[in-house]
Design a protein around this ligand. Structure first.
Ligand code: IDP
Ligand code: MG
Length: 154
């Protein structure tokens, strides 16, 4: 199944000049970039996006961190892309993430962990709709497509 995933490049990654490195990793993998923008996350969006953590003691700190600078949001598309992207990103705890993953290579923290990526198809649909309007997502032909997928994956 072709899936879309919402990526947020967090303030720590922007401060540490890792945006290009992160985009480069997804590009080389063969994922298709269909949306990209820089935003300041407002209170409502952060509360919806991290709803599952809103009663945790670290929520106020997480909100402050996510609002400490703009973030860069992307939508990436690909065949079974959600799990593939989570592998590239690594687990939540940076210092437990495998070397080679984004968090494994660039993060030591559980909170300052560089990047958000959707974790399920259901969450991805809600997250993409939360951060992108329809007219900010692009449907276009990519010329490397035939070299990235086999016939039964298209
Ligand atoms: P994920 O980003 O790997 O999907 P989630 O459990 O959905 O992880 O948590 C969302 C974000 O909340 C994490 O990426 C991290 O920035 C922050 N977070 C999660 N657990 C903790 C914690 O125990 N302390 C501080 N921040 C946390
Ligand atoms: Mg999550």
């Amino acid at each position: 199944m072709v899936q879309k995933s919402l990526i947020i490049v967090k303030p720590d990654a922007l401060q540490r000049n890792l945006l290009g490195e992160i985009i480069h990793r997804f590009e080389r993998k063969g994922l298709k970039l269909i949306g990209l923008k820089m935003i300041a996350i407002d209170d409502l969006k952060i509360e919806e996006h991290y709803e599952h953590h809103k009663d945790k003691p670290f929520f106020a700190g997480l909100k402050k961190f996510m609002q400490s600078s703009p973030v860069v949001c992307m939508v990436l598309e690909g065949y079974e892309a959600i799990d593939a992207i989570r592998l590239i990103v690594g687990p939540t705890m940076g210092r437990a993430a495998d070397a080679g993953s984004i968090r494994g290579d660039f993060a030591m923290s559980v909170q300052y962990n560089i990047i958000h990526a959707s974790d399920s198809d259901e969450n991805a649909k809600a997250e993409v709709a939360r951060f992108f309007n329809e007219d900010e997502l692009f449907d276009y032909q990519k010329i490397d497509f035939d070299m990235i997928y086999g016939d039964d994956e298209r």
